[in-house]
Design a protein. Structure first.
Length: 131
């Protein structure tokens, strides 16, 4: 099965906009393949404003979030692999979703198969008269 994370991100993003709120994306700026303005990174993380007026060419894809934006007046192309997304939430009230550092549901490590229980030795059913 494909990953659930990109679908959740798109749904939460739409939900935040539908409620006239500002979508903020919390990103692990140190994750491999992440391209963000390093001048705004604090403790290895960065918060990005995804409001349509703040970004240009936003793509919420299945592998990455891509857009163009201005940081300190300088244009920049931002590339955030989905594995680097830590949370998506509304700036005004904090409602949204936090994601695990390691994506849950990854098929690389499927849950172990349940052990087959030993066959039951069943005796014949007995009827009992109840008054």
């Amino acid at each position: 099965m494909s990953s659930l994370k990109p679908y959740l991100i798109r749904a939460i993003y739409d939900w935040i906009l539908d409620n006239q709120l500002t979508p903020y994306l919390l990103v692990n700026a140190e994750a491999e393949g992440t391209v963000v303005p390093q001048a705004f990174v604090q403790d290895g993380r960065i918060v990005l404003n995804l409001r349509p007026e703040a970004v240009n060419g936003l793509s919420l894809g299945n592998e990455a979030i891509l857009f163009n934006a201005r940081f300190g007046g300088k244009p920049m192309k931002v590339d955030v692999p989905l594995k680097a997304v830590l949370a998506l939430y509304a700036q005004e009230n904090g409602r949204g979703m936090v994601f695990d550092d390691e994506e849950a549901g990854d098929d690389a490590n499927p849950p172990p198969e349940p052990e087959t229980p030993p066959p039951e030795t069943r005796s014949r059913p007995k009827l009992t008269v109840v008054k």
